[in-house]
Structure formats: structure tokens, C-alpha cells
Design a protein around this ligand. Structure first.
Ligand SMILES: [Zn+2]
Ligand SMILES: [Zn+2]
Length: 395
């Protein structure tokens, strides 16, 4: 038997198990760093395959290492494990049993695929076919991808020590089901958050001349910031600033003395995403001066852009070509959504590919009705397995 036949058979055999894993994880979504049930389940599965997982990294993160017989480089395969604060409305038989919490971003599928890959790779390493394989794999299960970001605290805890490359996938409704979206260079956006507070003199609604019109200043800012903040940036480079929350005042006849707005910025290129703060400061200072109010800006930088290394991405494309027909490997559109896999890519070269989940019935990620056809899980798992061989063989 060749390694190729071994992998094909192993993934085909693992499909019912993959679905079982996904469904179990889907029933128990948890939020942020508090992934106690999820993490305990993943740990126990890894132990069944013979791993000795390290747990409790960044509270509930896990790593498990697999060494092939020959020395070589180390590839990290990352899954995110967290759900979203969404009340599930899919009506699925295996819907969430946790009220107000749902796997609406496919992270149940990501964890299932990485678990099955860990199982199959452990079997391969233990078989005579695995004797010539070199290097090692670090399987990583990360909390808090959605918020507030679990990649960075795991990196701070040392999970990238000895790691040379990184790999991940995201289930993606904008890529057709059965297809794989692969693109070198920027793919998903850098995202930052900000909050602006304006303060002035409040007072009686009949005496605006004795007050500062904090509310008008805030309204002006909410209108002008999304329009103007990008005007000093190269229009050939995409980026977006959105204001998503505005709050001021409590009643109809009191001019408020304070108000705040908050939003986020996105971009792919440092020339864009490193300049949002400067532009927000410039415009806010101007509006505040015009209205005679004080301002405070709290700008909270997030992660960078998902930026795929060309060499690793080419190897992942070769791996995908062994799994799906060439016409099903497509270059996806850039997404202005963020993904904190970017934090790993800032340290070691890597690739995040999109696993197509789009069909006429598919719902958007984060929708209370989001789900996907489980037939895609086998493809993702097989691409992981093939990519391991390609990347580690390349050295
Ligand atoms: Zn998400
Ligand atoms: Zn996600």
C-alpha cells in the first residue's frame, strides 16, 4: 500500500467519526476562553489516539505533538474551538444545548477536522509506511478566536517554540461547496477597535447657548468618520471603518454632558491599517474643536492581516489538487473579516485556506441558521493530511 492509498482509505473510514465529532462539539458551544467542556472532550479524544496533550494554555487551549521517525521541521495545524453568543435557530437534531450560545462560525467543524487529522497522522506514523517520514506536527486547539483573541496568549505561552510553519482552514460560505479557496498574500483583514468619548457642559434644552452640544458633535463624528478617515489613504488598498454603537443622553429635555461612539477599522496593508488611528485622531480633534467639546480616543489595536506565505500556499494548493478536481481550486475574494490566525503568521510562515461551504441553501457565518454540509469535512481533513506530507517533505 502507498501512503496515498493509506490516507484515502483512512479519511474515508473516518467520515462517520468526523461527523460524530462535529455534532458533539456543535451541541456544547462555549465562549471566549471558558471552553471547559470542549477542551476536556478534545483532550480525551487526543489521548485515545495516543497523544499526551498539554492543556490549560491560555486557560483552555491545547497542544499535542506528533513526531515522525526522521528528524525535520515542525508544522503547526491550528483549530479554533469557540462558539458565538447567538441563539441557535437551525432546528438541527444536534443543535446547541447551551442557551444563547452557538457554533455559528464553523469552529466545531474546524476542531473535528484537526482532531481527525491528528488521529490519522498518528496511525500513519505508527505504521511501516510512516518510517521514512520526517519532521513533526503540533496540533493546536485555540480558545477565543471570536473575541477577545486566543492566538496571542497561546503564542505568549510559548506554543510556537520549535515551530517552523503554520496551517489552518476556515469553512467558507462564499466559496462553493466542494471547492477550496486558496490565495497567496493577504486574504483576511487586520482589525482594530476604537471608542471615542466626547464631554462638555450639559444643561437645559432651552439654553443651548449655555451648554456644549455634545450630541451634535457626536452625530457629526458618526457621519464624517466613515466617510473621511480613508481619504488620506491609497484608494487602491482596501479598508473600511464602521461605527456600530453611539450613545448619548437619557431624556428629551436635558442636553447631555457626555456621549460615546465605538467602531472598528479593517485593512489588509500596513499602509492602511497602521494609519486609521492617526486619521481618527485628526478628524476627532477637528470636530471637537468646532463644537468646543473635549475628546478622548481609546484605540485598541487588534491582530494583523491573514497573509499567506507564497511557498507554503503553493504546497497547500498541490495538496488540494490531490483531493478535489483542479477546477474546484479557486482564488477566493478578499474578506474584510478578521481571523487571529494572523498572529501565528506574523511569527512563522503559513497558510489559511477556505473550505467551500456555499450552496443555494447556505446561510452567512454568524447567522443563527448557519450550518454546512458535513461532506466537506472529509475534504478538509484530507487536505490537511496531504499538506502535512508536502510541507514536511519540502523541509
Ligand atoms: Zn466568526
Ligand atoms: Zn471563524
Amino acid at each position: 500500500m502507498t501512503i496515498q492509498t493509506f490516507l484515502k482509505n483512512a479519511v474515508a473510514d473516518a467520515i462517520p467519526y468526523l461527523i460524530e465529532l462535529r455534532r458533539h462539539l456543535h451541541t456544547i458551544p462555549e465562549l471566549g476562553f471558558k471552553l471547559y467542556k470542549t477542551s476536556a472532550f478534545i483532550k480525551s479524544e487526543l489521548e485515545k489516539y495516543g497523544y499526551n496533550p498539554l492543556t490549560g494554555i491560555a486557560e483552555t487551549g491545547i497542544i499535542a505533538d506528533l513526531k515522525f521517525p526522521q528528524p525535520g521541521r515542525c508544522l503547526l495545524i491550528r483549530a479554533d474551538m469557540d462558539g458565538l453568543p447567538v441563539q441557535e435557530a437551525t432546528g438541527l437534531a444536534f443543535a446547541s444545548i447551551h442557551p444563547g450560545c452557538m457554533h455559528a462560525c464553523g469552529h466545531d467543524g474546524h476542531s473535528a477536522m484537526v482532531l481527525a487529522t491528528a488521529k490519522i497522522m498518528a496511525e500513519l506514523a505508527a505504521s511501516p509506511l510512516g518510517r521514512g517520514l520526517k519532521g513533526s506536527i503540533r496540533f493546536l486547539f485555540q480558545p477565543a478566536e471570536e473575541a477577545p483573541g486566543g492566538a496571542l496568549p497561546m503564542i505568549d505561552a510559548g506554543v510556537l517554540t520549535g515551530v517552523h510553519y503554520c496551517l489552518a482552514t476556515h469553512i467558507w460560505p462564499q466559496v462553493p461547496e466542494g471547492s477550496i479557496g486558496i490565495k497567496a498574500g493577504p486574504l483576511m483583514a487586520a482589525t482594530d477597535r476604537f471608542k471615542i468619548t466626547l464631554t462638555g457642559k450639559g444643561g437645559h434644552s432651552s439654553q443651548p447657548h449655555l451648554c456644549n452640544d455634545v450630541l451634535s458633535a457626536l452625530a457629526e463624528l458618526a457621519l464624517i468618520l466613515p466617510r473621511e478617515a480613508g481619504r488620506n489613504m491609497n484608494p487602491a488598498l482596501p479598508g473600511v471603518l464602521s461605527i456600530c454603537h453611539v450613545q448619548a443622553g437619557h431624556t428629551y429635555n436635558v442636553m447631555p454632558q457626555a456621549g460615546e461612539l465605538s467602531g472598528c477599522t479593517r485593512g489588509f496593508h500596513p499602509e492602511v491599517y497602521r494609519n486609521w488611528e492617526r486619521e481618527i485622531s485628526r478628524i476627532t480633534a477637528g470636530i471637537a474643536a468646532a463644537y468646543g467639546v473635549e475628546y478622548k480616543i481609546n484605540y485598541m489595536p487588534g491582530h494583523g492581516a491573514v497573509n499567506n506565505d507564497p511557498a507554503i500556499t503553493a504546497l497547500v494548493a498541490e495538496a488540494a489538487a490531490l483531493v478535489v478536481p483542479p477546477e474546484h481550486i479557486i482564488e477566493p475574494q478578499l474578506s474584510l473579516a478578521g481571523e487571529d490566525f494572523a498572529c501565528f503568521q506574523e511569527k512563522v510562515p503559513g497558510c489559511l485556506f477556505f473550505l467551500g461551504a456555499g450552496s443555494e441553501h447556505s446561510q452567512a457565518l454568524h447567522s443563527p441558521c448557519f450550518s454546512f454540509n458535513e461532506s466537506i469535512l472529509g475534504k478538509g481533513c484530507q487536505i490537511f493530511c496531504q499538506a502535512v506530507l508536502k510541507i514536511l517533505a519540502a523541509g
